[in-house]
Every structure is written in C-alpha cells, then in structure tokens.
Design a binder for this molecule. Structure first.
Ligand SMILES: [Fe+2]
Length: 383
C-alpha cells in the first residue's frame, strides 16, 4: 500500500559509514574535521566495553569528557564546553547513546558561543558556527547520529527541550554494529523501542516525506523481527546490524518529520518517573495510534500492514500488535508497572495541555481531556 507524494523538504548532510569494523576508521574521519578532538561519552559503558580505550589508541592526543549521564541537562553541557575551550579542542567525537550524542551537539555550540546553554533552546539560536561532531552510536535507538537536534533537560523548567540547527547534523556517523555487542538487554529493548516509536510517529507526523515513509515501514518490519533476537542474544551479529540500521533510519525520519505527541508525553514519564526514553514512548504508542487511526486511517493502515496486520480497523490492530510485541520482549504495556503513580497523571496532562509546542506535529484536535485519557490508558495498559 503506497501513500501519496506530497511536497516535502529533505536534508541529510551526515556522511554514514556503516559496517562491522568501521570503528577502526574513526580517526581518519575525525582528522578530516579537526586536529584536537574532544571525546564526549558516558560515565561507564564505553569505558567498560573497552570502546573508549580503542578510541584513544587511534587518537592518543584526544581529550575526554566522560561525565554524561542519562538525560543530560544544561549544566553538564556547559561543563563540557569549558573543558573543550580549556584544551583548545576543535572537533567533538560523541561515543555512546542518545545522551552523549545530544550533549556533544550542545557542547559543540557552547564551545563557540558565550551565552548559557538555555539561551540556545529553539531553532538556529546561535551565531557562532558549532564545532563539527563525529557521532559513534553504541546503542541502536535514538538515531541522534542523523539528526540536527540536541534534546537537553532544562532544570529551570523540569522539561526536556530541543536545540535545533542544520549545523548540528553530525559531520560523520560511524555505525559499527560490533560496538553494541555488550549493550545490556534492558538498554537494547528501551533504545530499540525508541527507534520503533520514531518510525511509527514519522508516518503520522504533519510533515511526512515519501523517503521517510519508506524508511519507517521498512524499519518497523526490521525492528519487529530483530529486536527480540538482539534482546535475547546480544552477540547475534545480524540482529545487532539490522537494529543499528533501523535506528539510523529512524533518526533520518526524526530529522525530516520530527516526532509527535508520543515523544512529548513520554518526556513526563522519563523526567518524573525515571522511565527510559524509548520505553516511555512505547507505553504511549497504543492509545495514541488508536487516536491517529481515527484522523488518518490510511496512514495507520500502512503501519498496521508493516506490523503484519490486515487493513481492517487499523487503530486496534496496531495497538494489539504492539501489545503482543511488548509481551514477546517481556515488557508490561502498563505504565503503572514501571513506576508511574495514578495521582501523577492529572499533573502530566495539565503540563502537556499548557505547552502548545508538544502538539505542533500531532494530527487531530486534542485538548487536556484527551491527553489525560491517553495517560490513563497507558497507565492501565489498555486501549
Ligand atoms: Fe526518541
């Protein structure tokens, strides 16, 4: 089932280097962009997996900023930029999942622009050109290696906000599926669900592209087939490769089409309840897609088809397929099983309803009551 080709814009200046062993060529790609690299990475996993050591072997003169936690905030990005300036670094190498990659992009701006990080939320708010970023994802999920966005926590507002700018597309994405081999099961699942969510949201966004649709529907099929395999056996090379490719595709979709209310609502679960970003999205997909199917049944029918369902009743079909998929992964579809308290739902719904930015890319006419209804269904794991 092919969708219409409406007018669209498409930009992807990132060079992708995909394949097992491609990490060995990292220093060549870095050397084309600068002479003094700053490696931005997390506190533990890249070091524990030996990936940081392998990067330093290739780039012995590199500085390291390894203080990035999950969901980085403006303060940590400002600290990273200070390190970058002190050492005169001229290229940023992001190694890790979405958190180090997004923090690296913010650091790339702050190294060349003097204001506090919060000043750069929004689109193209900087004047100095950011430092080039080379992205090395070690998870298969966020696709940040292919986007011009840095999603950073604003501690003043207790919210995740986005810094956007065409210059934030990584110069090169080095995609080596062998780096994901040691990723733990729960991280594999959560990040893979983020990629699934980004593919599904792309198809129903207000800015779909035919290229993105093709990537999304293909990505959904690959994720449904290979995420359970990657979760069950981390050393399944084919599954890791397929997931890294699907996640990269999901990033291309986010770069062109953005995300929808699923991501907007999911941030509340992440910030207030500590639920991993991708899992938070997955808990909201079913109720949102029942809604999406009422507004755009043809588009949701394409998602249903990619999930192996027939064309009838696409909303409930997608929701049912999602629940079966989560069950296969051993994940409860009910947010109450992941630390969300019922009394929080009202507050979440009010916050979302008061923030029109969250609805900018969401189809259908929605208000606080509908948002609360989605949270309630997600809480119970029903549709
Ligand atoms: Fe995401």
């Amino acid at each position: 089932m092919n969708g219409p080709v409406a007018p669209f814009r498409f930009l992807l200046p990132t060079e992708a280097v995909f394949g097992a062993g491609s990490f060995a060529s990292l220093s060549e790609h870095v050397a084309r962009s600068g002479t003094r690299p700053l490696i931005v990475t997390g506190k533990r996993s890249a070091r524990a997996a030996g990936i940081l050591d392998r990067a330093l072997e290739q780039m012995p003169g590199a500085c390291v900023f390894d203080a990035i936690d999950e969901n980085p905030d403006t303060t940590i990005c400002e600290r990273g930029a200070e390190v970058c300036r002190q050492h005169g670094c001229d290229v940023i190498v992001a190694i890790g999942g979405g958190s180090p990659m997004d923090a690296a992009k913010a650091i790339a701006i702050l190294a060349r622009n003097d204001a506090p990080c919060a000043r750069y939320f929004g689109a193209e708010q900087y004047t100095g050109p950011p430092l080039p970023v080379i992205a090395v994802p070690t998870t298969a999920g966020t696709g940040s290696e292919a986007t011009p966005f840095a999603v950073i926590v604003d501690p003043d507002r207790r919210a995740k906000r986005s810094i956007a700018g065409a210059a934030l597309f990584p110069r090169v994405a080095v995609l080596d599926p062998e780096l994901a081999r040691t990723m733990p099961r729960h991280v594999t699942i959560a990040t893979g669900l983020d990629a699934l969510s980004q593919c599904m949201e792309g198809v129903v966004s207000k800015k779909p592209t035919p290229v993105g649709d093709a990537l999304a529907l293909d990505g959904i099929r690959r994720i449904l087939e290979f995420l359970p395999r990657a979760a069950d056996d981390g050393s399944d090379h084919e599954a890791r490769t397929q997931m890294l490719y699907a996640a990269f595709g999901s990033g291309i979709i986010v770069a062109q089409s953005g995300t929808t209310l699923v991501h907007g609502m999911g941030y509340s679960y992440t910030i207030e309840c500590g639920i991993a970003h991708g899992l938070a999205n997955a808990l909201l997909l079913a109720p949102l897609f029942v809604h999406n199917a009422r507004v755009a049944p043809d588009r949701v029918a394409r998602v249903a088809e990619a999930m192996g369902c027939g064309p009838a009743n696409p909303g409930p079909a997608v929701a049912g397929a999602l629940h079966r998929f989560l069950a296969r992964l051993g994940v409860s579809p009910a947010a109450r099983d992941h630390g969300v308290a019922e009394r929080q739902l009202d507050t979440f719904a009010t916050q979302i309803a008061n923030d029109s930015y969250r609805f900018r890319n969401q189809i259908g006419d929605l208000g606080r009551d509908e948002v609360l209804g989605f949270y309630q269904k997600s809480f119970l794991g029903v549709v």
